[in-house]
Design a protein around this ligand. Structure first.
Ligand SMILES: Cc1cc2nc3c(=O)[nH]c(=O)nc-3n(C[C@H](O)[C@H](O)[C@H](O)COP(=O)(O)O)c2cc1C
Length: 197
């Protein structure tokens, strides 16, 4: 099949695009609002964008609590979402009032960060402590929704030592939870290794 995004006339019951750019890593973003209320939500329009400087980014469809908090407080944590935490990840995507603590909602615990005030998810196997860099508003010609790309600089990295094997992170053992299309989450199936030519 073929369709053009200007009309989005794919004729399918659901937009297929997110099932094609998949699997996507999940940035499980924790932040604090200006009053100190914790916030936690998954973002799969998320990635590591560069190293040295080490920049991560996620896109927010409309201004949500995470983006608002990060712009107000200047900091956030990207928590590693693993398969065992699928239900907690999913629950924290619930649209709730800003004063609801999604850590409590999902039965998760907070762990303090070292360089910033925003808390980490204690149950997560790795964490990136980040300082807010800037927001890039994405052009909205194709629809009514305003998307923003929120960028942050990674200040510090936490890795659960159990997943370090002979100096390498065993990503497969960490069982990253990924996002695919529709309501689907992905689980890594294996690793293939090649030296770079
Ligand atoms: C796995 C998953 C990935 C998501 N990725 C995004 C995303 O990249 N951008 C977005 O705007 N919403 C995304 N959402 C929806 C948000 O998590 C949801 O709107 C949430 O309530 C936002 O919370 P906040 O207002 O506390 O930031 C995703 C939901 C799930 C379940």
């Amino acid at each position: 099949m073929y369709y053009e995004t200007a009309t989005n006339d794919h004729g399918l019951p659901h937009d297929p695009l997110k099932a094609l750019v998949a699997p996507r890593p999940i940035g499980w973003i924790s932040s604090l609002d200006a009053k100190g209320t914790p916030n936690l939500a998954p973002y799969s329009f998320f990635n590591l964008l560069s190293t040295h400087p080490t920049i991560v980014g996620f896109s927010s469809a409309t201004l949500k609590d995470s983006q608002r908090n990060i712009e107000e407080t200047g900091e956030f944590v990207c928590n590693f979402a693993s398969v065992d935490l699928i239900d907690a990840v999913n629950i924290t995507s619930k649209h709730v009032a800003a004063d609801i603590d999604e850590f409590e909602l999902a039965g998760l615990h907070q762990a303090p960060s070292r360089l910033i005030s925003a808390p980490r998810v204690r149950e997560a196997r790795a964490h990136l402590e980040c300082e807010y860099l800037k927001t890039v508003e994405l052009p909205s010609a194709e629809g009514p929704m305003v998307w923003s790309l929120v960028l942050g600089r990674v200040l510090a990295v936490h890795i659960d030592d159990r997943y370090l094997k002979e100096g390498l992170v065993d990503t497969l053992a960490m069982e990253p939870l990924t996002r695919m299309g529709y309501m689907d989450y992905g689980v890594l199936g294996g690793v293939e290794t090649r030296s770079r030519p």
